[in-house]
Design a protein around this ligand. Sequence first.
Ligand code: ATP
Ligand code: MG
Length: 355
Amino acid sequence: MRTYRIAAIPADGIGPEVIDAGLEVLDALAARAGFGLDVTRYDWGSDRYRRTGALMPADGLDQLRGMDAIYFGAVGAPDIPDHVTLWGLRLPICQGFDQYANVRPTRILPGVTSPLRDVGPGDLDWVIVRENSEGEYAGHGGRAHRGLPEEVATETAIFTRRGVERIMRHAFAIARARPAKHLTVVTKSNAQRHGMVFWDEIAALVAADFPDVAWDKELVDAMTTRMVRRPASIDTVVATNLHADILSDLAAALAGSLGIAPTGNIDPERRFPSMFEPIHGSAFDITGRGIANPVASFWTAAMMLEHLGEAAAAASLMAAVEQVCAAGIMTPDLGGTETTAGVTRAVVDALRGAN
Ligand code: ATP
Ligand code: MG
């Protein structure tokens, strides 16, 4: 029996609530699917920062290095600045393990209502691939003449041939593995004539290696309109760090709730462990009330299983989640009246019923 080493980092706010729910479901699944999970839990996060001055220990990355995957909750607390929590835990892992592909599947689950009129399951089924290592968030730039009338601030996006080519290749590969075999490359090459034209050129270059994948180009502004007006014309999307950041928030909202959407920070070359997390944050407004939606955490777990090569187990987990959503067993963010524990129990029962 194959046993996977999983690092669980629940961290802050509702993170522990939804990660515990996810681990319970994974446990029920593993027993039936015939694989083992060796879970190591880390108490890293804001509490640790208040106690010790650091969110994770100095040798944190070394502790994670031998893991098969990282299952992450959420980081952030009202009394600690965002850049401290982000740069103290999540980003060091993403960067340290060169998780250059941020992959965000989005679709409307049965029973969930999209804010888009007349759009239901099947009309919106996307994977957004975000470049996760460079671009607009490379931190390149600075300020000159501080406080003076001639002050200038620059924020330079860095695009390297290696960086753009590898994300493009991974996006084409994802598109190829999906039934639609279609990729939309999003840029802003009408207005930004260096980096974005570079993206267009590399897209054409990489496309030649994927003759079986149809692809088109869209400017990011037009893309927002297309997502709302013609969601069914989209399948797989690749965009820069900034553009995909914005597009994937829009995507999550169109799919019904922030409490549903998962993401994977992936090292496609598998040199290091990849990290899987719900896209939502620590949500302190609902922490401790037992009403956090665990669906994003379940979907995150399914993505992790797929990455580990347990595609059948991932599919049965998603089937159980869909069955529970379709039955209207939902938390208040989706208009339901269930608790985190109630939804979790229903998914575990659905998994048991399936075997
Ligand atoms: P952070 O700074 O950690 O990203 P945030 O305040 O920006 O946090 P989120 O924590 O992502 O944003 O959540 C925004 C709102 O969405 C929350 O206030 C919460 O009410 C709701 N929300 C987020 N995740 C969930 C969930 N899993 N279940 C129910 N509601 C959620
Ligand atoms: Mg946030």
